[in-house]
Design a protein around this ligand. Structure first.
Ligand SMILES: [Zn+2]
Length: 219
Protein backbone atom coordinates (compact mmCIF):
# COMPACT_ATOMS: atom_id res chain seq x y z
CA UNK A 1 0.00 0.00 0.00
CA UNK A 2 2.90 2.31 0.67
CA UNK A 3 3.64 2.20 -3.01
CA UNK A 4 0.15 3.26 -3.95
CA UNK A 5 -0.65 5.83 -1.31
CA UNK A 6 1.33 8.97 -1.28
CA UNK A 7 1.60 10.81 1.96
CA UNK A 8 -1.53 12.76 1.40
CA UNK A 9 -2.44 15.13 4.12
CA UNK A 10 -6.16 15.50 4.25
CA UNK A 11 -5.78 18.88 5.91
CA UNK A 12 -3.60 20.22 3.11
CA UNK A 13 -6.12 19.05 0.53
CA UNK A 14 -8.92 20.68 2.49
CA UNK A 15 -7.05 23.96 2.71
CA UNK A 16 -6.45 23.86 -1.00
CA UNK A 17 -10.13 23.35 -1.58
CA UNK A 18 -11.06 26.33 0.60
CA UNK A 19 -8.87 28.55 -1.52
CA UNK A 20 -10.55 27.34 -4.68
CA UNK A 21 -13.99 27.77 -3.11
CA UNK A 22 -13.11 31.38 -2.32
CA UNK A 23 -12.66 32.01 -6.03
CA UNK A 24 -15.98 30.51 -7.05
CA UNK A 25 -18.69 32.68 -8.50
CA UNK A 26 -22.26 32.71 -7.23
CA UNK A 27 -23.37 30.63 -10.20
CA UNK A 28 -24.31 27.39 -8.44
CA UNK A 29 -23.87 24.23 -10.45
CA UNK A 30 -26.06 21.16 -10.14
CA UNK A 31 -24.38 17.78 -9.94
CA UNK A 32 -25.66 14.24 -9.66
CA UNK A 33 -23.46 11.69 -7.97
CA UNK A 34 -24.82 8.35 -9.10
CA UNK A 35 -24.12 5.86 -6.31
CA UNK A 36 -23.71 2.48 -8.03
CA UNK A 37 -25.59 -0.70 -7.06
CA UNK A 38 -27.35 -0.95 -3.65
CA UNK A 39 -29.78 -3.22 -1.81
CA UNK A 40 -29.63 -6.80 -3.05
CA UNK A 41 -27.17 -5.73 -5.74
CA UNK A 42 -23.87 -5.54 -3.85
CA UNK A 43 -21.73 -4.97 -6.95
CA UNK A 44 -18.22 -6.37 -6.71
CA UNK A 45 -17.15 -8.02 -3.48
CA UNK A 46 -13.59 -7.62 -2.29
CA UNK A 47 -11.28 -10.40 -1.22
CA UNK A 48 -11.81 -9.11 2.34
CA UNK A 49 -15.60 -9.14 1.99
CA UNK A 50 -15.86 -5.41 1.42
CA UNK A 51 -18.74 -4.54 -0.93
CA UNK A 52 -18.77 -2.11 -3.82
CA UNK A 53 -22.25 -0.77 -2.93
CA UNK A 54 -20.97 0.33 0.52
CA UNK A 55 -17.74 1.86 -0.76
CA UNK A 56 -19.42 4.05 -3.36
CA UNK A 57 -22.07 5.19 -0.87
CA UNK A 58 -19.36 6.17 1.62
CA UNK A 59 -17.49 8.17 -1.01
CA UNK A 60 -20.70 9.90 -2.13
CA UNK A 61 -21.68 10.80 1.44
CA UNK A 62 -18.21 12.29 1.96
CA UNK A 63 -18.69 14.43 -1.15
CA UNK A 64 -21.99 15.69 0.31
CA UNK A 65 -20.47 16.40 3.71
CA UNK A 66 -17.50 18.29 2.26
CA UNK A 67 -19.78 20.24 -0.05
CA UNK A 68 -22.06 21.28 2.82
CA UNK A 69 -19.08 22.49 4.82
CA UNK A 70 -17.88 24.71 2.01
CA UNK A 71 -18.66 28.40 1.86
CA UNK A 72 -20.06 28.17 -1.62
CA UNK A 73 -21.64 24.74 -1.92
CA UNK A 74 -22.75 23.22 -5.20
CA UNK A 75 -26.21 21.79 -5.67
CA UNK A 76 -25.41 18.09 -5.30
CA UNK A 77 -27.89 15.23 -5.46
CA UNK A 78 -27.22 11.52 -4.95
CA UNK A 79 -29.20 8.84 -6.76
CA UNK A 80 -29.39 6.98 -3.44
CA UNK A 81 -28.67 8.04 0.13
CA UNK A 82 -28.92 4.62 1.74
CA UNK A 83 -28.58 0.93 0.93
CA UNK A 84 -31.39 0.70 -1.62
CA UNK A 85 -31.50 -0.53 -5.20
CA UNK A 86 -32.40 2.04 -7.87
CA UNK A 87 -32.84 0.99 -11.49
CA UNK A 88 -30.40 2.33 -14.06
CA UNK A 89 -33.19 4.05 -15.98
CA UNK A 90 -34.44 5.82 -12.83
CA UNK A 91 -30.93 7.14 -12.27
CA UNK A 92 -30.74 8.64 -15.74
CA UNK A 93 -34.35 9.92 -15.59
CA UNK A 94 -33.43 11.84 -12.46
CA UNK A 95 -30.53 13.39 -14.34
CA UNK A 96 -32.83 14.55 -17.12
CA UNK A 97 -35.47 15.87 -14.73
CA UNK A 98 -33.01 17.86 -12.64
CA UNK A 99 -31.27 19.40 -15.66
CA UNK A 100 -27.86 18.75 -14.15
CA UNK A 101 -24.57 20.27 -15.19
CA UNK A 102 -22.57 17.08 -14.56
CA UNK A 103 -23.44 13.42 -13.90
CA UNK A 104 -20.84 11.21 -12.22
CA UNK A 105 -21.41 7.53 -11.58
CA UNK A 106 -19.33 5.84 -8.86
CA UNK A 107 -18.23 2.20 -9.08
CA UNK A 108 -15.36 -0.11 -8.12
CA UNK A 109 -13.62 -2.64 -10.31
CA UNK A 110 -13.04 -6.39 -10.10
CA UNK A 111 -10.77 -8.61 -12.15
CA UNK A 112 -9.71 -12.25 -12.34
CA UNK A 113 -6.18 -10.93 -12.43
CA UNK A 114 -5.26 -10.20 -8.80
CA UNK A 115 -2.56 -7.80 -9.96
CA UNK A 116 -4.97 -5.47 -11.75
CA UNK A 117 -5.09 -2.17 -9.91
CA UNK A 118 -5.76 1.52 -10.39
CA UNK A 119 -8.53 3.79 -11.54
CA UNK A 120 -10.43 3.87 -14.83
CA UNK A 121 -12.60 6.76 -15.93
CA UNK A 122 -15.26 6.06 -18.56
CA UNK A 123 -16.99 8.37 -21.00
CA UNK A 124 -19.89 7.43 -23.32
CA UNK A 125 -18.68 6.24 -26.71
CA UNK A 126 -21.56 8.11 -28.32
CA UNK A 127 -21.09 11.61 -29.66
CA UNK A 128 -22.92 14.58 -28.24
CA UNK A 129 -22.25 18.26 -27.67
CA UNK A 130 -21.05 17.27 -24.18
CA UNK A 131 -18.60 14.54 -25.23
CA UNK A 132 -15.59 16.83 -25.36
CA UNK A 133 -16.28 18.33 -21.94
CA UNK A 134 -16.85 14.88 -20.45
CA UNK A 135 -13.58 13.58 -21.88
CA UNK A 136 -11.69 16.59 -20.66
CA UNK A 137 -13.10 16.27 -17.15
CA UNK A 138 -12.29 12.54 -17.21
CA UNK A 139 -8.62 13.34 -17.77
CA UNK A 140 -8.65 15.94 -15.00
CA UNK A 141 -10.10 13.44 -12.53
CA UNK A 142 -7.72 10.68 -13.59
CA UNK A 143 -4.88 13.09 -13.05
CA UNK A 144 -6.13 14.13 -9.58
CA UNK A 145 -6.48 10.50 -8.42
CA UNK A 146 -2.98 9.80 -9.62
CA UNK A 147 -1.18 12.91 -8.39
CA UNK A 148 -3.06 13.55 -5.15
CA UNK A 149 -3.86 10.00 -4.02
CA UNK A 150 -1.21 7.92 -5.78
CA UNK A 151 -3.66 5.68 -7.63
CA UNK A 152 -2.35 4.09 -10.79
CA UNK A 153 -4.01 5.57 -13.90
CA UNK A 154 -5.50 2.97 -16.21
CA UNK A 155 -6.62 5.66 -18.60
CA UNK A 156 -9.75 7.32 -19.86
CA UNK A 157 -11.92 4.77 -21.68
CA UNK A 158 -14.99 4.89 -23.87
CA UNK A 159 -17.90 2.51 -23.34
CA UNK A 160 -21.59 2.03 -24.03
CA UNK A 161 -22.72 1.86 -20.39
CA UNK A 162 -26.42 2.63 -19.96
CA UNK A 163 -25.93 5.43 -17.43
CA UNK A 164 -23.50 7.15 -19.78
CA UNK A 165 -25.47 6.54 -22.96
CA UNK A 166 -28.66 7.96 -21.45
CA UNK A 167 -27.05 11.06 -19.92
CA UNK A 168 -24.48 12.28 -22.43
CA UNK A 169 -27.10 14.09 -24.52
CA UNK A 170 -28.00 16.26 -21.52
CA UNK A 171 -24.71 17.00 -19.74
CA UNK A 172 -21.10 15.81 -19.46
CA UNK A 173 -21.28 12.38 -17.81
CA UNK A 174 -18.60 10.07 -16.42
CA UNK A 175 -18.33 6.69 -14.75
CA UNK A 176 -15.50 6.18 -12.28
CA UNK A 177 -14.11 2.74 -11.45
CA UNK A 178 -12.42 3.54 -8.16
CA UNK A 179 -9.88 0.77 -7.76
CA UNK A 180 -9.98 -3.05 -7.81
CA UNK A 181 -11.61 -4.96 -4.97
CA UNK A 182 -9.87 -8.07 -6.33
CA UNK A 183 -6.49 -6.52 -5.56
CA UNK A 184 -5.17 -7.12 -2.04
CA UNK A 185 -3.72 -3.64 -1.60
CA UNK A 186 -6.69 -1.74 -2.91
CA UNK A 187 -9.28 -3.83 -1.03
CA UNK A 188 -7.40 -3.27 2.23
CA UNK A 189 -7.03 0.39 1.38
CA UNK A 190 -10.83 0.62 1.31
CA UNK A 191 -11.07 -0.50 4.92
CA UNK A 192 -9.62 2.85 5.95
CA UNK A 193 -12.15 5.63 6.29
CA UNK A 194 -9.60 8.31 5.32
CA UNK A 195 -9.74 6.99 1.78
CA UNK A 196 -13.41 7.91 1.46
CA UNK A 197 -12.63 11.46 2.51
CA UNK A 198 -9.64 11.69 0.19
CA UNK A 199 -11.54 10.32 -2.80
CA UNK A 200 -14.54 12.50 -2.05
CA UNK A 201 -12.34 15.54 -1.77
CA UNK A 202 -10.44 14.78 -4.98
CA UNK A 203 -13.73 14.46 -6.89
CA UNK A 204 -15.27 17.59 -5.40
CA UNK A 205 -12.10 19.59 -5.86
CA UNK A 206 -11.82 18.59 -9.53
CA UNK A 207 -15.42 19.59 -10.15
CA UNK A 208 -14.95 23.00 -8.56
CA UNK A 209 -11.63 23.63 -10.22
CA UNK A 210 -12.81 22.73 -13.70
CA UNK A 211 -16.33 24.03 -13.68
CA UNK A 212 -15.76 27.31 -15.40
CA UNK A 213 -14.55 25.49 -18.49
CA UNK A 214 -17.25 22.89 -18.91
CA UNK A 215 -20.34 24.26 -17.16
CA UNK A 216 -23.33 25.04 -19.32
CA UNK A 217 -22.47 28.35 -20.84
CA UNK A 218 -24.82 31.13 -19.81
CA UNK A 219 -26.74 28.95 -17.36
ZN1 LIG B 1 -20.26 -1.35 -10.28
Amino acid sequence: MKKMLKNVSFVILLLKMCIIFGQETANQKRIIIDVGHGGKDSGAIGINGIQEKDIVLNVALEILKLNEKSENPMDIYLTRYSDTLISLSDRTKLNKALKTDVFISLHCNHSNNPNARGIEVYVANATSQYSKDATWLAFQLQDAFNKELGFESRGVKFANFQVLRETIDYCPSLLLELGFLSNVDEAVYYQKSELYQSLGLAILESLIKNFSSYGRVGN
